[in-house]
Design a protein around this ligand. Sequence first.
Ligand code: SF4
Ligand code: SF4
Length: 256
Amino acid sequence: MKSSRRTFLKITGLSLMGWGAKPVLEVLARNESSKILKPPEALKAKRWAMVINSRRCPHGCTDCIQACHNIHNVPDFGNEKDEIKWIWHERFGDAFPGQEHPYIQAGVKERPVLVLCNHCENPPCVRVCPTQATFKRAEDGIVMMDYHRCIGCRFCIAGCPYGARSMNYRDPRPFIKKINPAFPTRTKGVVEKCNFCVERLAAGLLPACVVACKEKALFFGDLGNPDSDVRKLLRAHFTIRRKPELGTQPQVYYIV
Ligand code: SF4
Ligand code: SF4
């Protein structure tokens, strides 16, 4: 991408977004981000992580999904083949293959499991991306996407063992119920996924899914801080991660 187009896109984004220039640039401009000071109100961490208490996730509730998808302009194409998803439900056996057995505690395998990008410590999607459109932020571990660098090769989709990435096979804009002008829309041929609400963290806000959950099933915090909620939960409960045998080291943990 030519630098003039990049600059234009950033400026366009800035004029559309309600926040100040610094956090927006931080989200949209990877290479420049290290030169920009974070505003004092930004939430910071050494390593962001999520803990999901799936025991508290009631059947049929999609509040977190709606909140995330509305805020991030996720289109609804109305069919499974083209589906774009940042956060969604899986069957227990699909989320945790090999963990299901005939004698499992009653109710566990029927419970919907909320899944999203794991912001892996060792992310294969980053390794396979030929343009560095997907990258891991060294400062807090968030696996980011620069949509303007994505060439739609889908190597990252093949590389992610969690199905956490979706491809826009069509122009998504006509399929967004109500466009949120504060977040960029994507285009045909671009891959997208959960960004751990990096734009909200920059504005001092917790992820939309965490805020939207009335059951208090989702927790978000700094693994690098022993006093954070996530560290306390990980100390107090037995937790599992998705497909740990792959060595990706997911940063989403489940109380089951
Ligand atoms: S879950 Fe998939 S998309 Fe997310 S960081 Fe891990 S490999 Fe990449
Ligand atoms: S952290 Fe943000 S982007 Fe990720 S699933 Fe939750 S609401 Fe969506």
